[in-house]
Write a protein that binds this ligand. Structure first.
Ligand code: AMP
Ligand code: MG
Length: 484
């Protein structure tokens, strides 16, 4: 790995220099070869004993400058002044073929000064969940952190029960969170705040490097990326589960695939996380929570937005007030794409919610319903579809067909467009759980099949039926655990 560590060149108070803590016996689970190649990392080396020792944290790669970064955050609405990397180590940054900088971080890599009461470790289950889901999301075209590799540690971790431990090598454009800025704002470190804003702009928004008001430019750009990201989550039925401000990256990528899940049956109130008792992070709340998190971001940037507090407050408020319209525009764009529409028309704003209402009242599978629409658009739908619309959809389908005639694209183009956004395969929660359960019993076959197959979520072959079909009633997984 060819490292260039810009974050470690920031002042000492941004992190603590800390090496990963060695594990007993790291054993390779999987290497993500396409991602390794993209990052310019030799896959042969990564899969070798030397590479596995690096992922396990037993050996430092040349050029790494390992650190645990400091951050704070609002967790379920409550302020926590000091979080930080309690079980993660940033090894460094590599520059990929596209000239883009990527963090290589180990998760589950042992105690750091930010571990608080934790053990710095991760059980195998959450490692495998993050691997499957992050890579599936990337293939679905959703901005997300990625997974480079995962290993077992040969050590046990103790939660409600004794579990095998694992380490995940995570890749992201950066790990800088809303909570990172919140930390500096909360200790009145205006110089630190300013430095971090400059760092983030140079790294993620270089086109705004000359902006007159860089804090405002940052707020606006992060807002745009969040609007686009959440619209894509909503468009695939993804529920993050822990949208705390420390889990929201300024780069606009999804991070911390903890208790997340894709829903099967469309249920706008769906919540999976075992710790989300009030449903704060339910599916339908995600856009409003993103807005809330952005308000926290605006709050931290206040000292930089304008010299006088009152003027800064006005700028912050005006900017934040643009979010709902911005989000709606992104969301309608995603949903139009899913319905095979390429122009914006007035009645879309009833056509779309009416479809979702029907899905909800008929308890239809979200993914397969959109996939079925894509098939209907082609006119040569398979004889044995995975899903068929109930009778009650007939009037809506007539409206949709009429709406499609008011488009310039033809049926073939529409079908092609729809199959690039309506997947046949998502990481179904019951399959993710089954893959984890079997892996604990040392059978990784389902994990490998899922990770492999989900790299092509838009292709469907009859041999995939067991991966594409929703769970039977006895297979439904109602709760997910973040495994901390
Ligand atoms: P998360 O829920 O993964 O976003 O983590 C929230 C905070 O708890 C972060 O500061 C983590 O570093 C910390 N944390 C989570 N799990 C552990 C663990 N097993 N040991 C130490 N710190 C942890
Ligand atoms: Mg986190």
């Amino acid at each position: 790995m060819k490292f260039d560590n810009s974050y470690a060149r920031l002042p000492q108070r941004f992190y603590v220099r800390q090496s990963p803590v060695a594990v007993a016996n790291p054993d390779l689970i999987r290497v993500n070869r396409p991602l390794a190649e993209y990052l310019g990392i030799d896959t042969g080396w990564l899969e070798s004993e030397a590479g596995v020792q690096v992922i396990g944290g037993n050996r430092l790669p040349d050029g790494a400058d390992p650190i645990a970064t400091v951050y704070a955050g609002h967790q379920f609405g409550s302020w926590n002044p000091r979080l930080g990397d309690g079980r993660a180590i940033l090894l460094g940054e590599v520059i990929a073929a596209d000239d883009q900088r990527y963090d290589i971080q180990l998760k589950g890599s042992g105690l750091t000064p930010f571990s608080r009461g934790g053990d710095g470790r991760a059980p195998l289950g959450p490692i495998l969940r993050e691997y499957i889901v992050s890579e599936a999301m990337a293939a679905l075209g959703i901005p997300t952190s990625r997974t480079l590799a995962a290993v077992t540690t040969g050590e046990s971790v103790y939660r409600e029960q004794k579990l095998a431990g694992g380490v995940l090598a995570r890749v992201a454009k950066s790990h800088i969170r809303i909570g990172t800025l919140q930390f500096f704002a909360s200790v009145n470190d205006n110089d630190g705040l300013k430095l971090l804003v400059e760092h983030v702009i140079a790294r993620h928004y270089p086109e705004h490097i000359e902006a007159e008001n860089s804090a405002l430019a940052l707020l606006q750009q992060v807002m745009h990326r969040q609007a686009s990201l959440i619209a894509r989550w909503q468009g695939t039925g993804f529920i993050h589960g822990v949208m705390n401000t420390d889990n929201m990256l300024l780069s606009g990528e999804t991070i911390d695939h903890g208790p997340c899940a894709f829903m099967d049956v469309y249920d706008s109130a769906a919540v999976y996380s075992s710790i989300d008792h009030g449903g704060r992070y339910a599916y339908r709340n995600q856009p409003a929570i993103a807005h809330w998190n952005l308000a926290c971001l605006a709050q931290t940037l206040m000292p930089l937005l304008a010299p006088a507090a009152e003027a800064a407050g006005e700028i912050a408020q005006q900017t934040l007030d643009e979010f709902p319209a911005l989000y709606l525009q992104e969301y309608l764009g995603v949903l139009r794409h899913k319905l095979g529409l390429s122009t914006a028309q007035q009645d879309d704003e009833t056509l779309i919610p009416d479809f979702l209402d029907l899905l909800e009242s008929n308890r239809c599978d979200f993914t397969l319903a959109f996939r079925r629409l894509s098939e209907l658009a082609a006119g040569d739908a398979p004889a044995q579809p995975l899903f068929e619309f109930p009778e009650s959809f007939r009037p809506w389908l007539t409206r949709w067909r009429e709406r499609c005639t008011r488009e310039s694209i033809n049926a073939t183009q529409r079908h092609a467009q729809m199959t690039t956004i309506n997947p046949a395969l998502i990481p179904r929660n019951h399959l993710v759980e089954a893959a984890i359960e079997r892996a604990y019993a040392d059978d990784y076959s389902l994990f490998h099949r899922l990770t492999e197959r989900l790299t092509r979520p838009f292709d469907y072959a009859p041999g995939d039926a067991d991966l594409a079909t929703p769970p039977q009633p006895d297979q439904i997984v109602r709760q997910t655990f973040c495994g901390t």
